[in-house]
Design a protein around this ligand. Structure first.
Ligand code: ZN
Ligand code: ZN
Ligand code: ZN
Length: 430
């Protein structure tokens, strides 16, 4: 079976993992495997007015939809192009006014359903079949996710159609919430991207250009080899990754990284002490780390409701590092997790020196724990480089930006505007 617009790869059924994608030819590091347009997408509500709803161009002279007066377009062509999707919302917005506030997921799902309805009669394409395949995962959903999905379905019914089967919607929300990619301005759903199976040692990276996803090799790929993307943050040790994958994606990862566990020892670094800690002490500290990570996540998420100040969040990070530091080394991933959070709070509070010193501690161990080409590592170098430059530390700044650039040229491709932007920043320092 061939994939639309995807040369050099094919869909296949692997005995262990079900559907997957494999290479038909050799791909070198940095080479583009395929670019795939978003199956569906939606502009986030708070970007309305700044970007065209159809092509996402940012410009000052956009004009309003005459009916709802809330959607903005470049011109009549863009408005016409968006109408099959916008009409879903236009009427609801007119009817509900200020009370119209479905989540981005709800809006995206409504569009996917509409697109399916419009296209199924004409071409019962492979893509539609692929969407149906996700349905087999339905029964494995736990009750917590169930609740969230139920709330989303209720919201969708409130604003859109009442004639969609409940079971169908349920699976849809699950698939979209798992496989969508949330960017700052747009929410996307890519089918070909969702087709790739997961590995903790992925051979491709997905980046975005406009409303398309681009998939590039980050390892040499030979003909016949399966193409693997990563669904999760790869910082954490095997046990944590397996837990996460089972919880959210319902499978047990059997990639080489999960079998050899080659990075676990470094990721779980224990402080060198004259009296090494007992295994029970380590276990109990791991439990503490996981609890504090979850506690911090909630505190950050509900900070406005619970009236938690940034300084209190920072204190939480510092105290937990102090406690964990009795057993864990500085490059231990749980320590790094809290340092990363602390760096985020410092950036928010515009404490540039604080952010920089956390960034310096994080970046080296990050490049050891993550795969050779990682967007997490690139983004850390980028943040650190910009902090250095802001603090007049030019040499260090340029050095960090160059590290980021080396990764981005492979992951994003040399032509990407992010790459051009970083190059310009380096150039400006000369
Ligand atoms: Zn436009
Ligand atoms: Zn409208
Ligand atoms: Zn794995």
């Amino acid at each position: 079976m061939k994939n639309e617009g995807i040369e050099g790869t094919e869909r296949f059924v692997s005995p262990e993992r079900g559907r997957g994608l494999r290479a038909l030819r050799h791909f070198s590091v940095g080479e583009l495997l395929f670019s795939c347009p978003a199956y569906s997408y939606v502009l986030t509500v708070n970007e309305r007015g700044a970007h065209c709803e159809h092509c996402f161009t940012r410009r000052e002279d956009l004009f309003k939809c005459g009916k709802c007066k809330q959607a903005y377009y470049c011109n009549v062509e863009c408005q016409r192009g968006d109408w099959p999707m916008h009409k879903l919302e236009c009427m609801a917005m007119c009817a509900y006014g200020e009370n119209w506030c479905p989540s981005e997921t709800v809006r995206l799902v409504a569009r996917i359903i509409m697109k399916q309805r419009v296209t199924t009669e004409r071409t019962l394409s492979e893509k539609v079949l692929l969407l149906k395949e996700f349905e087999s995962h339905l029964d494995k959903m736990d009750s917590e996710k169930d609740e969230i999905v139920q709330a989303d379905i209720a919201a969708l019914h409130h604003f859109y159609s009442k004639h969609i089967s409940h079971r169908f919607l349920f699976f849809f929300f699950w698939a979209v919430s798992i496989f969508n990619d949330v960017l700052s301005r747009v929410v996307f759903f890519f089918l070909s991207v969702a087709l790739m199976n997961h590995s903790c040692s992925p051979n491709v990276i997905v980046t975005y250009k406009g409303t398309a996803a681009e998939v590039r090799a980050v390892q040499e790929i030979n003909p016949g080899e399966e193409i693997f993307n990563s669904y999760i943050d790869l910082l954490y040790p095997t046990e944590d990754r397996k837990e996460r994958l089972l919880e959210s994606y319902f499978f047990t990862c059997q990639c080489t990284e999960c079998t050899t566990k080659s990075k676990d020892k470094a990721k779980m670094e224990i402080r060198k002490l004259s009296l090494p800690p007992e295994p029970e002490e380590i276990q109990s500290m791991v439990r503490y780390a996981k609890n504090i990570i979850e506690e911090f996540r909630r505190a950050k998420h509900y900070k406005n409701i619970l009236h938690i100040f940034p300084s209190e969040l920072l204190e939480m990070c510092e105290l937990s590092q102090e406690k964990m530091g009795a057993i864990f080394g500085d490059t231990n991933v749980y320590m790094l997790h809290m340092m990363y959070q602390a760096m985020g709070v410092c950036l928010y509070m515009q404490d540039w020196d604080g952010a920089m010193s956390y960034g310096e501690k994080i970046v080296q161990p990050y490049s050891v724990h993550y795969p050779a080409y990682s967007l997490n590592v690139a983004s850390m170098y980028l943040k650190l480089g910009r902090l250095y430059l802001g603090l007049e530390r030019k040499t260090q700044g340029v050095k960090a930006l160059k590290k980021a650039l080396a990764i981005m040229e492979v992951a994003h491709g040399k032509e990407h505007h992010y790459v051009a932007e970083v190059k310009r920043e380096i150039e400006e320092q000369k």
